[in-house]
Design a protein around this ligand. Structure first.
Ligand SMILES: NC(=O)c1ccc[n+]([C@@H]2O[C@H](COP(=O)([O-])OP(=O)(O)OC[C@H]3O[C@@H](n4cnc5c(N)ncnc54)[C@H](OP(=O)(O)O)[C@@H]3O)[C@@H](O)[C@H]2O)c1
Length: 321
């Protein structure tokens, strides 16, 4: 089978498409049609992610495809269309064996590429907005890196989860366009974003910030919160891990909270399937739009992963087999 392999930690350009034997073991065997690409793939190609598999390893954490076989007792049957999570690694291959609790039956609204691009980011964002951000009906959400994978998930999902307004922060006009298409009610460019957000909210500020970027805009994020606002830390694509002067938290009774979805699901059995079951009717009704996919054939895997690292990616990047 073809697989996307990292054999040295030299970044996306060293990623290779190789022929490997099909995997063996217990679980749901899936013939993969497409695999999602996410920022951790770029980090893993340099050994910079918190999870560092032994070399060589197959990259990828999410996929969509067709069930070849399922263990006894599983509700899945051969031929079922599914999405699956594999954790960090092994999803970018033509055949994958996934843990039954991490396989999700795909409703008919999904095609292979939208199916491969939905689980990782949407379940993270569901957790970040509802569980950690405690988003309440009618609140205003702001998201950094809004044209990226996590960012467009927030734009697609926030209104369905109760937000009245979703403000997107992006670095270019092209990304602004992508953010509007994904559902932003307002879009601001990163250069002058704090002033613009203050003007848009008439000085009140925003209730929930989803921050996959971190870096030097973090203190301004705290300044942009409304009284009682929550800044939800999701990632650090900007590079630097910010520090918080905690006196700022007192000034407007604001909170900084971490959203580590991968850590959370380890401790709460059944949570993933519960999240998926809650979201499926929202996809089916169109309350949550399907992700907009930037598609690469698997032969161009290195380029696909590089597009996240070099900041040219928009929407959700997916490899097709
Ligand atoms: N906590 C969790 O459970 C969890 C789960 C999934 C993902 N994550 C994290 O979420 C983050 C986003 O992942 P993603 O897949 O959405 O990535 P992505 O599609 O590449 O989007 C990230 C966005 O970050 C912005 N950015 C700012 N500075 C950047 C830089 N120096 N290099 C690259 N991008 C930069 C870019 O937007 P602009 O150009 O518009 O600024 C880009 O669109 C990652 O750190 C990932 O590890 C966390």
């Amino acid at each position: 089978m073809r697989a996307v392999q990292v054999s040295k930690l030299d970044g996306p350009e060293a990623i290779e498409v190789v022929d490997l034997p099909e995997p063996t073991g217990h679980g749901v065997v899936i013939d993969v049609e497409a695999a999602g690409v996410a920022f951790p793939d770029a980090l893993m190609s340099r050994g910079l992610y918190q999870i560092r598999p032994e070399l060589p390893f197959v990259l990828g954490s999410e996929l969509a495809g067709v069930v070849r076989s399922a263990p006894e007792g599983s509700p899945l049957s051969p031929g079922d269309r599914v999405a699956a999570l594999t954790g960090a690694g092994s999803a970018m291959a033509e055949v994958v064996i996934a843990a039954p609790e991490q396989v999700f039956a795909l409703p008919d609204v999904f095609g292979p590429t939208t199916g491969a691009g939905v689980v990782f980011n949407d379940l993270t964002v569901d957790f970040a907005l509802r569980e950690r951000g405690r988003l309440a009906h009618g609140e205003t959400v702001l998201v950094h890196g809004a044209a990226g994978g996590i960012g467009t998930s927030v734009l697609r999902m926030a209104a369905a989860l109760g937000a009245a307004r979703v403000i997107a922060v992006v670095s270019s006009e092209a990304k602004a366009q992508r953010a509007r298409e994904a559902g932003a009610t307002d879009v601001v460019l990163v250069d002058n974003w704090l002033t613009e957000v203050r003007a848009l909210t008439e000085g009140k500020g925003v209730d929930v910030i989803i921050d996959p970027v971190g870096g030097d805009r973090f203190t301004d994020s705290l300044r942009s919160l409304a009284r009682g606002g929550r800044l939800v830390v999701v990632g650090f694509t900007g590079g630097d891990i910010p520090t918080v002067k905690v006196n700022r938290l007192l000034l407007k009774n604001i909170e900084v909270v971490g959203a580590g979805w991968g850590e959370y699901i380890l401790g709460v059995p059944g949570y993933l399937q519960e999240q998926w079951a809650r979201l499926v009717p929202l996809y089916e009704s169109g309350a949550i739009a399907l992700p907009t996919i930037t598609e690469f054939p698997v032969e161009r895997a290195a380029e696909a992963v590089a597009s996240l690292e070099n900041r040219t990616a928009t929407g959700k990047v997916v490899l097709t087999f």
